[in-house]
Write a new protein. Structure first.
Ligand SMILES: Cc1cc2nc3c(=O)[nH]c(=O)nc-3n(C[C@H](O)[C@H](O)[C@H](O)COP(=O)(O)O)c2cc1C
Length: 216
């Protein structure tokens, strides 16, 4: 029998180093076989005591995604209100704030995403046992040419999200990950060099390779 991961044959370095946030998607659906590989990768992640509290809800029904998208959009703007941002519409976001501009556009366009995965846990405070799964999920997706971005919701919409999707109240919501073939490209990301965020043996002792070497 073919291994379930046989199609995940992109080198892991290329997968990790070219994985960036994809927030604009083509409308093409993701084949069920690909969704299955992606979720097989997700459940291979570690969890505390191997208790595996992570649960996932995959949305592909365009009507459901449209309704969820309206709540996602409301949540995105509720978060900006909490952050005391002065904007109330996408057009008011300064063009140089490219991150917020892209995130606001996703809030408008997520209603048309071909697929959205919600990551939850059966336990409270379960983030550390679901986030490794989400990273596996996103890397597997990237290896299949499928873009993603981890996103959050806001308390203001959670009850309505649970009601819309029949999620039992005892589950804890963590992340919402739209998936789709990218409009735009995968590519390099801007990150602080590892040597600037890594110490060695004792805090504040430099990593055993130099920042200059890492930049070279
Ligand atoms: C916990 C978490 C929450 C995030 N929430 C959002 C979000 O609500 N909306 C969004 O568009 N991106 C969200 N992101 C994506 C980040 O903005 C993105 O990872 C970061 O800007 C780096 O982008 P890059 O990988 O394209 O370089 C989130 C990422 C993480 C890890």
């Amino acid at each position: 029998m073919e291994q379930e991961y046989a199609r995940l044959n992109m080198p892991i370095g290329e997968t990790m180093f070219s994985q960036r946030s994809i927030r604009r998607f083509r409308s093409d659906p993701i084949p069920v076989d690909d969704l299955r590989v992606i979720m097989d990768a997700a459940v291979k992640a570690p969890s505390g005591g191997n208790r595996q509290p992570a649960r996932f809800l995959i949305l592909t029904d365009p009507d459901v995604i449209r309704e969820f998208g309206a709540l996602y959009r409301e949540a995105w703007w509720a978060k900006r209100r909490d952050e005391k941002r002065p904007w109330t519409r996408r057009e008011e976001i300064p063009a140089e704030d490219r991150g917020s501009t892209a995130a606001a556009r996703l809030a408008d366009e997520i209603k048309d995403a071909p697929c959205i995965v919600l990551a939850l846990t059966t336990v409270k405070n379960g983030a550390s046992s679901v986030i490794p799964s989400v990273q596996n999920l996103m890397l597997a997706a990237r290896a299949l040419g499928i873009g993603s971005v981890p996103t959050t919701l806001h308390a203001q919409v959670l009850e309505r999200v649970y009601a819309l999707l029949n999620i039992p109240p005892e589950l804890e919501f963590h992340l919402c990950i739209p998936l789709g073939y990218p409009r735009g490209r995968f590519g390099p990301t801007q990150r602080i060099p590892a040597a600037e965020v890594t110490y060695h043996n004792r805090w504040a002792t430099p990593a055993p390779w130099s920042v200059a070497a890492a930049r070279a």
